[in-house]
Write a protein that binds this ligand. Sequence first.
Ligand SMILES: Nc1ncnc2c1ncn2[C@@H]1O[C@H](COP(=O)(O)OP(=O)(O)OP(=O)(O)O)[C@@H](O)[C@H]1O
Ligand SMILES: [Mg+2]
Length: 442
Amino acid sequence: MTTFANPRQLPEPGTPLSIAPDRQLETVLPNLGCETDSVDVTDLDGIAHIGWLLNRSPEATNIHIPIEEFASTHLAILASTGSGKSYTASVLIEEMMCPGARASLLVFVPHGEYDTLAQMQGHETFKGEDGYEPDVVYYNPERLRVRISELEIGDVMAVLDNPSNRMQECLSTAWSSMQRQESRMWGIDELINEIKGIYGEDDASVGALEWRLRRSIERNDLLHPEDNIPLNDIVDPGQCTVLQMDTLDRRNQQLITTVLLRRMYRERLDAVRGRDSEIEHPIFALFEEGHRFAPASGEAPSLGIMRTITSEGRKFGFGLGIISQRPSKIDQDVLSQCGTQVSMQIQNPNDQDAIKKSIEAAGEDVLRELPGLTPGQAVVSGDAMNTPALIQVRGRRTQHGAGSLPVIEKWRDAYEQQQREPTHSEAADFGGGESTGVQSLD
Ligand SMILES: Nc1ncnc2c1ncn2[C@@H]1O[C@H](COP(=O)(O)OP(=O)(O)OP(=O)(O)O)[C@@H](O)[C@H]1O
Ligand SMILES: [Mg+2]
C-alpha cells in the first residue's frame, strides 16, 4: 500500500529514493481517496480525466480529478487570453456530462464560445448503457427574461442613472411596499402609481424618477412585469445549459446573472431544508469572464450572491466555476473560496500576485511555472489534488469553437473576393470603364 505525503524535510543522506511508477502517481496525486496503486483509477466513478503529467511521456500518467470535489467547493480556471481556459473548461464539461456523472450544468457566456458542446449529443462517448445522452440547451439573449419584482432595490439603483438622494428615498419606500404585495406580477406603471400614491404627483423628484424608471427599466427588453426564465427549463440532471449573453450589455449580463443565481440559491436552500423546491438536485454554474460578475472593484450587483454561493454553496449543493484572464480583477473573497484551481500561462505580475494571495496551494514553485506554460499546459492545485501537478490538458472530444481567426488568410480571401466582385459604388464610379485603381472621394 502506498500513501502520499508531501515531504516536510529533506530525506536523511543515504535514504534510498526511487522514481514513482506512472500508475502509482495516477492514484496518489489527485485526491481520489484511494491510497493504493493496485486500483485502476479509470474504474472509479465521478472522476474527470483532465490530462496527463507534463514531465512524463505523453499520456503515460493520466490525471483524473474527483468531480465532486471541484463541483462542490468551487473551481477557478485562470490564464491569459489564448492559453486554453475555455478549452480546459470544455474538457471538464465533457467529463461532467459523461454517463458516470450526468451533471446539471449552467454555463454563463458573455461571448459565444461554447456552440460546439452540442456535439456531445449523439456522440458515442457520452451515451450511457441505459439510453442516457446529455442534453445541451442554448438560451440566446432573446429568451432571457427577468421579472421586475425579482430585482432587489440595490439592483434597481444600479441601473438608474445617478438617482438623487430624494429619488432613492422615494424609490426604496415604494419598492418595499410593492414587494409586500401578494402579486409578483407588477411593472413600472404599478410602481409609479405607488410612488405617486405615497409622495403625490407634484413632487419634482417623483417626475424625474418616473422618467429614469421608464428609460432604464421599462424600455429594457430583458426586464418584464411577468416573464421569468422557468428554472426547470434550464436546470436538469444530464443537461448542460449555455446562457448566451453576447448581445446584452454588461449591466444586463450582470442583472440576469444576479437574479438567476439568487433564485437558484433559494431553491437549493429550500431543497436541503426539506421544503418544496424547483431544484431538487445539486447544480454547478460556470462563468466565462468571471471578473465581470465578481469584480474586485465591487461594482456589480451579482457580487453579493457570488460571495454567498462561494462561501455557503457547498452545504446546499451549489458549485461555481470562475474562468478569467484577469485574476487581479476578481473579488478576493470569491477567488480564495475556489477550492480547486487550474492555472495556465500568466505573465502579468498583478495577476500572478492575485493567484499567490488567494490560492493557498500556489507556492513559489507553482508560480514560477506559470509564465513559461504554452496553451493547453496547466498547474492543477487545491482540494482536488494531494499536491499541485503540472499537466498537459487532454484533447477535446467535441471540436473547439473559439480559436483565433486566421487573420492573414481572411484578409487575403476578402481582398480576392473584392477583386472578383466590384461593389456597386465602384461599378458606378467607373461606369464599367477601365479601372485606374484610384477612387475619387467626392
Ligand atoms: N489542451 C489543449 N490541447 C490542444 N490545443 C489547445 C489546448 N488548450 C488550448 N489549445 C489551443 O489554444 C487555443 C486557445 O484556447 P482557448 O480558446 O481555450 O483560450 P482562452 O484562454 O479561452 O482564450 P480567451 O481568453 O481569448 O477566451 C485553442 O484554440 C486551441 O487551439
Ligand atoms: Mg476563452
